[in-house]
Ligand binder design. Structure first.
Ligand code: ZN
Length: 340
């Protein structure tokens, strides 16, 4: 009961990449970089397990950014001539690569991390990948000329990698779709269909979609201020997700203005409830975490409730991220005793 997990990313150590940045530059190259990524992945695997996290991730130590890390493995994308583009409905500007030809995977994307985790962990492991809608919102297109066509092309590539990850022994595959909270109308029109393409043919793995209000960076916290006293974006997409083929939905909860009762719209799904705030350096107490779990329990049955972080912890300090992992596990342990 109350198996814990995290949204995905963790801070990169200073010897691997620049710290406190969303698009950090690597500190090494070639073989040295590959070794450093491996070391950082193992380090975070150990930190998560020592903290008591049940379903661990690679902390996304091998990718510079949660979307562009995947795109680097895709043929047909020009990374040399990035263009400036407003993303998430112009919430902030990013330098994005450009689609210039038919898309094809250059090879395996996350095999190294998946196999490393499988060999070094006795518990459950999760790999996260960007969802099709979020990908098409984080690059420019000069080839397909149609957003949905482009998204479906990416969904096929994600599916190719997802099937391979299942063979590697990964337990959960999660797609990050922060764009679902921005383009709600498109979610029901084609966003969920694209995820269905990404998960087709998967048999054993749990499939998850993570939908949040973004990393704890200024552009996002400013945006949240404009969303009013109640954030009801989930209300427009959860009924369709409840009917979808995905097993799990990861959502933002603690310190958000999301009305908790919206969780009941996810009937039948596992709900990864955000009980750790990634936009604040203040470390939650186990009591706070247990209380948030208690509130979610009013709307989510025990067997479907997985305590999680609101979003990735990539832009945080390493010490705070470790303290938050411990708070997550300790809070879930307290909740297990309290709500048995
Ligand atoms: Zn997120």
């Amino acid at each position: 009961m109350f198996e814990t997990t995290i949204a995905g990313s963790l801070p990169k150590p200073g010897w691997l990449a620049e710290e406190d940045k969303l698009w950090p530059a690597w500190k090494a190259e070639g073989k040295d970089l590959a070794r450093a990524k491996r070391d950082a992945t193992l380090l975070w695997l150990k930190e998560q397990e020592d903290a008591g996290i049940d379903i661990v991730t690679d902390g996304e130590q091998s990718r510079q950014h949660f979307v562009h890390g995947f795109l680097e493995y895709v043929e047909g994308i020009d990374f040399e001539h990035k263009v400036k583009m407003g993303i998430r409905n112009n919430r902030y500007d990013a330098m994005v690569p450009v689609v210039v030809g038919p898309l094809k995977l250059k090879g395996r994307v996350h095999r190294t991390e998946a196999v490393l985790m499988r060999n070094h962990s006795k518990g459950k492991i999760k790999i996260t990948m960007p969802g099709p809608m979020t990908i098409v919102d984080t690059l420019a297109d000069r080839h397909y000329g149609d957003k949905v066509k482009l998204a479906m092309a990416f969904a096929e590539l994600l599916n190719q990698e997802a099937r391979a990850l299942e063979k590697d022994g990964v337990d959960t595959i999660q797609f990050d779709e922060p764009a679902f909270n921005v383009f709600m109308g498109d979610v029901t029109k084609w966003g969920i269909d694209a995820l269905h393409v990404a998960i087709k043919g998967l048999k054993k793995v749990k499939t998850c979609v993570h939908i949040c209000y973004g990393y704890g960076i200024k552009a996002n916290t400013d945006w949240k201020e404009t969303l009013g006293s109640e954030w009801r974006q989930y209300e427009q997409i959860f009924p369709a997700l409840a009917k979808s083929k995905l097993d799990q939905v990861s959502l933002e909860c603690i310190h958000s203005r999301v009305p908790a009762e919206l969780m009941k719209l996810l009937k039948g799904k596992d709900v990864l409830v955000g009980v750790i705030d990634v936009a604040s350096d203040k470390v939650e107490t186990p009591e706070e975490v247990a209380k948030t779990i208690g509130q979610a329990l009013k709307y989510v049955p025990k067997k479907h409730l997985f305590p999680c972080t609101n979003c990735g912890m990539a832009p945080m300090s390493r010490e705070i991220a470790i303290a938050k992992l411990k708070a997550l596990a300790a809070g879930a342990a307290l909740a297990r005793r309290r709500y048995r």
